[in-house]
Design a protein around this ligand. Structure first.
Ligand SMILES: Nc1ncnc2c1ncn2[C@@H]1O[C@H](COP(=O)(O)OP(=O)(O)OP(=O)(O)O)[C@@H](O)[C@H]1O
Length: 412
């Protein structure tokens, strides 16, 4: 249905963007049977009416990194409705991209749903790096770091801490791709422990760690899970703590037109790490989990761990929690955090992340639109921006490639 190639090339004299996608191919991805784009390693603006397929392109790019992408979608729902099954196997989507910026040279990344996953079976993702199928998604993070802001994140400061933890973890992963594996292992152990505590509810009453048996049953399975939780829990908390400290420094040095934001972590384990070495914090977490078995069996959760932390963001200039700021201010603070993080990543990894900014520009006043364009140019970051109104991107015109999509078709 679509086969658009040959977007305008940006001025080759501008600083070379890093972690930049220069070729993108989508197959049976959402509204696209096939889409091919070739762009320069410079910002890309996607404009077009509602439903044109702009966010779908950003989602495809986000799926080149570990995780579920910017919509947090199930893998199966991404496959284009009506896509044909091939060779007796089920229909499947695929994203392929050439990424520039790696000192070792361009790399090709592929991500998709494994074709032929039978109905009801767990959906499996296929990941390819330079044509080789690799196990797991974590390896993607070493080749591309991406951050995104979407309209779905507009409630980030007002809603529950879970969304802020996921946001924070994405920031950490863009800096340290191993964080994805540690956070997943922690979450898995948490679910397993909750399941086992639920199954043996009643048996845990009066039980203490180390006795070896619980009502005649071997308790080593719980000990092992709590070891895993302690080890990964402290690693997750330490990585978040390190990132928040760097982010706080970068925000403090920012005197741009975005609101001056401050960040802090509210978390028990993160607090311990300020008082004791990591190994001691692991011991303390292990002991707290063992002590909490009885209560945790009743609640179905775990009272202590990094899954209970929160990212606290304040508007420093007005000394207000971000949740109390206006909608536009909250958006501007999210942009300030994203740009500060991009500066931190650039320093740490030697190249800025790919920035996916869905419907962001429409919320900014003229001063902040110009400031965002300047910040992207200074960072040398490749940003993919979307909006329905091309006129709002005038400040980006000298550095960006402006592409127009209508009904899933690229219009030259
Ligand atoms: N699995 C799917 N199969 C086919 N079409 C899909 C699938 N998932 C989503 N779509 C369609 O993709 C179209 C484009 O969606 P997208 O969110 O990219 O639009 P957009 O250009 O960002 O619009 P807006 O400006 O309203 O945010 C929508 O019409 C949607 O119904």
């Amino acid at each position: 249905m679509i086969d658009g190639v040959g977007a305008p090339r940006a001025d080759a004299s501008r600083p070379r963007a890093a972690s930049a996608v220069t070729r993108l191919t989508l197959t049976d991805f959402r509204c696209y049977a096939r889409l091919r784009l070739e762009v320069a390693p410079a910002p890309v603006v996607l404009t077009g009416p509602n439903g044109a397929g702009k966010t779908n392109v950003l989602e495809a790019l986000s799926l080149l990194t570990p995780g579920r992408g910017l919509r947090g979608a199930r893998l199966g729902e991404i496959t284009r409705l009506g896509a044909p099954a091939a060779g007796g196997r089920g229909a499947a989507w695929a994203v392929a991209a050439t990424v520039e910026g790696d000192p070792a040279g361009p790399v090709t990344l592929g991500s998709g749903l494994e074709p032929g996953t039978p109905a009801g079976a767990p959906e499996r993702r296929v990941v390819r790096i330079n044509g080789e199928t690799v196990r797991g998604q974590a390896a993607l993070g070493f080749h591309i770091g991406a951050l995104w802001l979407t309209p779905a994140m507009d409630g980030l400061f007002r809603e529950g801490a879970g969304g802020r933890r996921r946001f924070l973890d994405r920031l950490v992963i863009a800096l340290d791709p191993d964080h994805a594996g540690r956070a997943a292992a922690h979450a898995h152990a948490l679910r397993e422990r909750a399941r086992l505590l639920r199954e043996t509810r009643g048996e845990t009453r009066g039980e203490t760690r180390g006795e070896g048996r619980v009502n005649g049953r071997d308790a080593s399975w719980l000990d092992a899970l709590e070891d895993t939780l302690a080890r990964h829990g402290v690693a997750v908390a330490a990585a978040r703590r390190d990132l928040v400290a760097r982010l706080a420094d970068a925000l403090a040095a920012d005197d741009g037109p975005f609101p001056r934001a401050t960040v802090a972590l509210d978390g028990t384990v993160e607090g311990w790490l300020g008082e004791m070495p990591a190994l001691a914090a692991e011991d303390r977490l292990r002991a707290a989990l063992a002590d909490g078995r009885r209560t945790d069996a009743e609640t179905g959760g775990a009272a202590v761990g990094p899954h209970r932390s929160d990212l606290l963001v304040r508007h420093a200039g007005r000394d207000l929690p971000a949740a109390l700021c206006s909608t536009g201010e909250q958006k501007a603070m999210l942009i300030a955090l994203t740009l500060a993080h991009a500066r931190v990543t650039t320093r740490a990894r030697g190249r800025p992340p790919l920035l996916l900014l869905d419907e962001v520009v429409a919320h900014l006043d003229a001063t902040r639109r110009a400031a965002l364009a300047d910040a992207l140019a200074t960072l040398g970051a490749q940003a993919w921006l979307t909006g329905t109104d091309a006129a709002l991107f005038a400040d980006f015109a000298d550095q960006a490639q402006i592409l127009r999509l209508v009904d899933g078709n690229l219009i030259d």
